[in-house]
Design a binder for this molecule. Structure first.
Ligand code: ASP
Length: 591
């Protein structure tokens, strides 16, 4: 068949009037009206209205059989829609195609959910029929934005002389704090590959390999317990550079995010992106990933309780290891006792022992510990927190980390209730100066705050013997709206220091050799100073699209229990496949 001018379903405008065209697409909707049949034809680009007139008998007869989601090819003449029937919501809304011929390319079953309207559909059904969900405008839009983000990132780094280098997916385990996915080897039975949690060691080896500037859009795998906003496989932008310091990496990555936001979604990020020291972020926002879309900073109010008769507050007021923190709730004095009870329950669900509330109503103050407070303390609290009449305060007292964490979560909760967490607002910040080590709350052992390849701040190496918990890392996080978008660091390039760090984490020489021998050896062959960063692309795309689940920016995601319900994975495999791998099952697969 000759090409009659194939157009997309979003292309035709008034300037095409008089042209004969061919459109391929899905039947979005059929309406029979006044003896005519109207078919809205849909593809990724948009929707075009085709009109079938009984005078074109053959085409009309076919049109009568069409159902939603049938796949058709329509030929016809572009003409202006009759005055008053234009549709300004469609890019093609000024015109229609007077159909002269139609081929049915395929028929469709009745879809399990409507595709032509933005109906609220149960997610498990959407995931089972993902290929139908993908036809809907929301996912088509999100995947388009995701593509633009990836293209912008690649263009950005290409223009700066970075090489995109693919690293393997079948590797030896590289620790990033989670469990590895393992792949059994058939040829070397009894041994396993690990899927990369990130290309961390490989990108460092690329620097040792003299490649200088590397980037990759990399698939990573972490076998974690299911969490609402996680996927067992995810996509990272991974970057590494040689001969750089922390400022050089963060400056470049900041330029990249500004360029990406501008190019992919047309939003200008104000610069410089604010930088917060880790300790400052905890003090002011109770989080190392603060949401800066709104203020409501935490205020330390221990001083107001200096002479308090309230025993547990006395203790916390006097101790450096504790905090008494106030979260201001603008307009909170209007809340009922029941609201405050709910807020107390919320605070408890965040781990607090309890919550003290205090409200500055026009007719005087009220508090959960009314009888224990006096006017002077209440005044001091009002001044310290710049509270107005009509506001309330939520007070949390406890060990420093716990009080910060609870107050930080309450701040977010208040922000949410007041509608201050606008998904169309983008507040980026850097968090820097993380501690190099943390204590594992269960075992008490030192663990890396980031990963074991992170370098301490310049000149702090000696503290490793005397006061490791006081060491700062050359580690930086990029945060957006309260979510961590990515982490990076300057790496250790001194093999001796790297060995000592592994030892601190409890690895013996033999374990270091078995797990990292190749890497330790590589460090001894002239490893340059280097550093880099990785961003979580799924989360980045989610926030750029104003979505609240990363599943809505991934074409084929796993569900919340990490199953692919469309393909039915993971699933059992035939016994002979296992035998070939030298494996036998101890647990019987379900079903
Ligand atoms: N590999 C790290 C991660 O996946 C990022 C980095 O340090 O570059 O979080």
């Amino acid at each position: 068949m000759p090409d009659l001018g194939r157009r997309s379903c979003g292309a035709l405008t008034a300037s095409d009037v008089g042209a004969t065209v061919q459109l391929d697409g899905w039947v979005n909707r059929r309406r029979d009206h006044g003896g005519l049949i109207f078919i809205d034809l849909r593809d990724r680009d948009g929707i075009t209205q085709a009109v079938f007139d009984p005078s074109q008998a053959e085409a009309f007869a076919v049109a009568e059989t069409l159902r939603n989601e049938d796949v058709v090819r329509v030929r016809g003449l572009v003409r202006r829609r009759p005055a008053g029937t234009e549709n300004p919501k469609l890019s093609t809304g000024e015109v229609e195609v007077a159909a002269e011929g139609v081929d049915v390319l395929n028929r469709s079953l009745v879809p399990p959910f409507p595709i032509n309207v933005e109906a609220d559909v149960d997610e498990s059904l959407r995931l089972k029929y993902r290929y139908l969900d993908l036809r809907r405008p929301r996912l088509q839009h999100n995947l388009t934005v995701r593509h633009k983000i990836l293209k912008a990132i690649r263009d950005f780094f290409d223009a700066r002389d970075f090489l995109e280098i693919e690293t393997p997916c079948l590797i030896k385990s590289t620790p990033e704090g989670a469990r590895d996915f393992l792949v059994p080897s058939r040829l070397h039975q009894g041994t396993f590959y690990a899927l990369p949690q990130s290309p961390q060691i490989l990108k460092q080896l690329l620097m040792i390999g003299g490649l200088g500037r590397y980037m990759q859009i990399a698939r990573c795998f972490r076998d974690e317990d299911t969490r609402a906003d996680r996927q067992p496989e995810f996509t990272q932008l991974d970057v590494e550079m040689s001969f750089v310091d922390e400022d050089a990496v963060t400056a470049l990555m900041e330029e990249c995010i500004v360029y990406t936001w501008r190019t992919a979604i047309g939003v200008e990020i104000p610069q410089p992106v604010p930088r917060l020291a880790h300790a400052e972020a905890l003090r002011r926002y109770g989080s190392d990933k603060p949401d800066l879309r709104f203020e409501l900073e935490l205020v330390d109010v221990a001083e107001a309780f200096a002479g308090t008769p309230i025993k547990f507050l006395q203790e916390h007021a006097a101790s450096d290891a504790s905090r008494i923190v106030a979260v201001r709730y603008p307009g909170g004095a209007a809340l009922s006792r029941r609201d405050f009870d709910e807020l107390t329950e919320t605070a408890k669900s965040f781990g607090a022992g309890g919550l003290i509330w205090l409200s500055y109503a026009a007719d005087g103050w009220k508090a959960s510990i009314q009888k224990l407070l006096d006017d002077a303390t209440v005044d001091k609290l009002q001044t310290a927190t710049s509270s107005q009449t009509g506001d309330a305060l939520l007070l949390v007292a406890g060990p420093r980390d716990l009080a910060s964490d609870v107050a930080g979560k309450l701040r977010l909760h208040v922000g949410e209730r007041l509608g201050l967490r606008d998904p169309e607002k983008f507040a980026f910040c850097w968090v820097v100066g993380f501690p190099l080590f943390e204590r594992d709350p269960e075992t008490g052992a030192l663990t890396p705050t980031h990963h074991p390849f992170t370098s301490p701040a310049p000149g702090q190496e000696a503290l490793l013997d005397t006061d490791p918990l006081s060491m700062r890392a050359q580690h930086y996080d990029l945060v957006l709206n309260g979510s961590e978008l990515g982490s990076g660091s300057i790496r250790i390039h001194d093999p001796e220091f790297q060995r000592r760090i592994f030892e601190i984490f409890g690895l013996s020489d033999a374990e270091i050799e078995a797990r990292f021998g190749f890497f330790m050896e590589a460090l001894r062959y002239g490893a340059p100073p280097h550093g880099g960063m990785a961003w979580g692309i799924d989360r980045l795309a989610m926030l750029a699209c104003g979505e609240t689940s990363i599943r809505d920016v991934i074409a084929f995601p796993k569900n919340q229990t990490f199953r692919d319900v469309m393909m039915d994975a993971p699933s059992s495999v035939p016994v002979d496949l296992l035998r070939d791998l030298g494996l036998a099952l101890k647990t019987k697969p379900p079903g």
